[in-house]
Design a protein around this ligand. Structure first.
Ligand code: CMC
Length: 426
């Protein structure tokens, strides 16, 4: 039975349909609101606005649930690989063995980056942010590898090319930034092992691939692979809605992820924990500062637009940190500070009242540091992980029968019409 909401405006009664999702979430379809009533909706930050119907990711922020294509993040982290999860996100189903083998072969085939692209990398100034470089290089891919759009197979080729090359470009930019020789991808290695090898292998100390580290990196990237309509994904969809090429849409997503309130939070957490350590480890001071309304400081790695309970990704990340660090014989003093900070914050009334819990970024920097990833690459690691989600969401938006150019409206609050004043009269 169809459901409606009724509302009265200017003495007239209007009805708008209710849309119900598979998990029972409800929304009012207000697409015809302006046509019928002359009104628009105003929702700064899209706090309460659904921009699309999607089959990709389900989140229940109150219960701390995250599922990709219906499968829980906990199950995927335990059993899947990043490549398999990417396939699931991009295609809707888990791959058969044959499909998985096929995608692995294609990822290997596509893993090299045009040698001329290295010239770009070489010419970015030393100290340039790897996120800026990555965003620019992904955009530049369009000039080297035309986007293929004529058949389903051709589109898949473009998307897999992106998924494969992003890790080569990330590792390449790291090597070049250090003045080291670039390490090329190897066909005998899996996606994650290949990345680690390209990052850390060198002629003096050949990199030894450790299967536990490879597994942990798989989990890290699975945890980041999609998160429905977050800031960067919304950017990919909005930019993509202008029918721009896919490289440009993804490049916009990378730029959006860069910010400290979004993916850049993993660097901000690291800086915050280091600052606390420098000041003698006083976590209570940080908590008090975060509560002070006159102070713009926030506890980085805490809080989330959707989760009003513990972020399920943060739970897995914390467990992973607790197993990977001892395995690698690493004692990170920042881990103790992070745990103390979490303990104090979770008991604090302000944090309880505001439903503020650790998010995925709270422990992720500690994990990445243990793997040897430099701090300025933390957000790049997030970006590689989020790529399959961006691709899946871009694809879904392109195939959406309700597709429209994304173009929000506004309420104008500037001056009313007035006359131009000539310079000599101002
Ligand atoms: N520390 C202190 N207070 C906070 C925090 C925090 N980390 N986060 C939110 N609040 C308070 C905020 O001051 C406000 O208080 P009041 O209502 O009394 O004025 C209230 O909680 C609601 O905040 P908001 O900014 O309206 O909430 P939001 O949904 O827009 O914020 C957020 C979400 C992630 C931007 C915010 O929690 C934040 O800035 N967190 C720190 C940055 C961070 O860790 N970002 C990573 C997010 S997870 C990774 C990703 O997906 O990008």
């Amino acid at each position: 039975m169809s459901e409606y909401v009724k509302f009265e405006f200017d003495g007239q009664l209007y009805e708008f349909p209710i849309i119900t999702g598979t998990e029972g979430e409800k929304a009012i379809d207000i697409a015809a609101l302006r046509k019928k009533t002359g009104l628009i909706t105003l929702d700064p930050g899209f706090v309460n606005t659904g921009s699309c119907e999607s089959q990709i990711t389900f989140m229940d922020g109150e219960k701390g649930v995250l599922r990709y294509r219906g499968i829980s993040i906990e199950e995927l982290a335990e059993h899947s690989t990043f490549v398999e999860t990417s396939y699931l996100l991009m295609n809707g189903e888990l791959p058969t063995l044959e499909e998985l083998t096929n995608i692995r072969v294609q990822l290997n085939d596509q893993s090299l980056v045009h040698e001329d692209m290295q010239i770009f990398f070489q010419n970015f100034p030393r100290g340039a942010s790897p996120m800026g470089i990555l965003s620019a290089m992904v955009n530049a891919l369009r000039s080297f590898y035309p986007e293929l759009t004529h058949t389903e197979e051709a589109i898949n080729k473009t998307l897999l090319r992106l998924l494969s090359k992003i890790r080569t470009m990330a590792a390449m930019s790291y090597k070049i930034s250090r003045g080291h020789k670039v390490v090329y991808p190897r066909a005998d290695l899996t996606y994650c092992a290949n990345f680690l090898n390209m990052m850390f292998d060198n002629p003096v100390n050949p990199y030894e691939i450790d299967k536990d580290v490879v597994k942990a990196l798989n989990v890290f990237w699975i945890l980041h692979a999609d998160h429905e309509q977050n800031c960067s994904t919304a950017a990919v969809r909005v930019v993509g809605s202008g029918r721009v090429n896919v490289y440009a849409a993804i490049s916009a997503g990378i730029a959006a992820l860069w910010g400290p309130l979004h993916g850049g939070a993993n660097i901000a957490v690291f800086e915050m924990l280091s600052e606390i350590a420098k000041n003698g480890g006083d976590v209570k001071y940080a908590v008090e500062k975060a509560k002070d309304r006159d102070d713009p400081f926030r506890l980085m790695g805490f809080g989330h637009r959707v989760y009003k309970t513990y972020d399920p990704r943060a739970k897995i990340m914390k467990e992973m940190v607790d197993t990977v660090l001892p395995k690698l014989n690493i004692e990170d003093p920042l881990l103790d500070i992070a745990k103390k900070l979490e303990e104090v914050a979770l008991k604090d009334e302000y944090f309880i009242d505001h439903n503020l819990y650790p998010n995925v970024d709270f422990y992720s920097g500690i994990f990445l540091r243990a793997l040897g990833i430099p701090v300025n690459m933390f957000t790049v690691m997030f970006a590689i992980g989020r790529l399959p989600g961006w691709i899946a969401q871009w694809r879904e938006s392109m195939d959406d029968p309700h597709w429209k150019l994304n173009r929000p409206r506004q309420i104008y609050i500037g001056p009313k019409q007035r006359k131009y004043i000539p310079m000599d009269k101002r």
